[in-house]
Every structure is written in C-alpha cells, then in structure tokens.
Design a protein around this ligand. Structure first.
Ligand code: HEC
Length: 199
C-alpha cells in the first residue's frame, strides 16, 4: 500500500521533491496532508513588484524633498481654482444707456415686432399697451425708465415682466429701439395719450 508520503524524496534544502510531479514542496508547510509548493514567482510579477518600490521612492523624494507642485494636493487645488476663476464666463455688465448702433436697433426691432407689437402695435400706435410714439409716459421717458418697466413689468395693468425671457442686452436693445425709432414717428392709428407729457 502506497501513501502520499511514498512519492516524496527528501532533500537537504527546506523543500522536498514530489517524485510523481517533480514539484518542490516546502518541508514544514503541511496541514492535514495538504502541502505547499515551493514555486518561483513569475518574473513579470517580481518586476512589477520592484517597479512599485522604485516608483514609491521616486514619488516620496519628489513630494518631500523637491516638493513637486503637482503632487501637493493643496497647491493642486489652488491651481485648479485659479484656473477655473480665470476661465469662468465673464458676467456681462452693461451700463443702462441708450444704444444707437444699427445692430442693436435691428435686434431691438426684431424683439419689438415679434413680442411687444401684440399689445403696443408694430408702429407703436398702442392697443392694450400705451402709445409709444407720443411724448406721454406713465412711467417716465428715460432709457432707465423704459428698461425698468420692461424688466419688472406692470403686471396688474397687463404689462409682463421680461426679466426671464430677455437678457439685459436684449431689454436694452428693444427699449433703445422704442426711444430712437418709435418716439416721434407717426403711427397708422394712435392711441390717446396716457400718463404725463415729457418735453
Ligand atoms: C400683453 C400685452 C403687452 C405686451 C406683450 C407688452 N406690453 Fe408693454 N405695456 C402693456 C401695458 C398694458 C402697459 C401699460 C402699463 C401701465 O399702465 O402701467 C405697458 C407699458 C409699457 C411701457 C411703459 C410705457 C409708459 O407709458 O410708461 C413700456 C416701456 C413697455 N410697455 C415696453 C414693452 C416692451 C419693450 C415689450 C416687449 C418686450 C412690451 N412692452 C410688451 C402691455 C404689454
């Protein structure tokens, strides 16, 4: 009767040779008859291991000796934040002043025709909304006055707020259009004056 042990050839070193498979077994690693092989680690594995050690040494030296910027997270964070700030879209700050250039007025006319004309008529003569061609104004006749009414609206009178629908520039364009092109023109049908006369 043969047992497992019969296949095993003793060796002087720390391992024994299994004579059936010719594999090396560690002498003192046995548990319930289960033996541990004494195989070489694959060379790729060993190299990987060595590379990780070299990497860690290089990393530590760069971090703690040369204080490489990109490895220090605090600095990296600050750098990113500075970058983000520099590239952030500029908040458009527009002075509320009458626009007179042709492009702005053309844009203003487009908005007026598409949106405002429903209540004020294309030629500004006035329908639900007041006449824009005369010098009578309910809320004042400066560009700021017109801009403010367009921005906040007069909801109880039926004038909508255009704060969300149009940008500051668009609101400025359309009110500039009113003041430069509509005021003083002669509409087909003029609504009776509303508000006060401004000279
Ligand atoms: C739904 C109808 C309606 C639309 C659309 C409308 N308005 Fe008006 N608008 C009114 C009414 C009504 C008033 C009068 C408010 C009041 O009596 O205080 C008014 C008043 C105004 C005034 C103030 C006039 C004054 O005499 O002081 C301005 C400026 C104005 N609108 C601009 C615009 C612009 C610009 C648009 C388009 C972006 C527009 N409105 C679209 C109904 C409208």
């Amino acid at each position: 009767m043969t047992t497992d042990k019969d296949h095993i050839k003793k060796s002087d070193a720390e391992y024994e040779i299994d004579t059936l498979t010719n594999k090396k077994l560690l002498k003192d690693h046995e548990y319930d008859g289960i033996r541990e092989l004494d195989n070489q680690l694959p060379s790729w594995w060993k190299w990987l291991f060595i590379i990780t050690i070299v990497f860690s040494v290089v990393y530590l030296i760069r971090l703690w000796v040369f204080r490489a910027d990109d490895l220090i997270q605090r600095k990296e964070f600050d750098k990113e934040m500075a970058n983000a700030k520099a590239n952030a879209p500029k908040v458009e700050t527009i002075e509320i002043a009458l626009l007179t250039d042709a492009t702005s007025l053309a844009n203003g006319k487009e908005t007026w025709t598409k949106i405002c004309a429903v209540c004020h008529l294309v030629d500004g003569g006035g329908l639900v909304g007041p006449n824009m061609t005369d010098n009578y104004w309910i809320h004042g006749n400066t560009i700021e006055d017109l801009f403010n009414v367009t921005t906040t609206g007069v909801i109880e009178k039926g004038m909508i707020s255009y704060k969300d629908q149009f940008s500051v520039r668009q609101r400025l364009e359309v009110t500039s259009y009113i003041l430069t092109e509509l005021v003083g023109s002669t509409p087909a049908v003029a609504k009776e004056p509303q508000g006060e006369l401004y000279e």
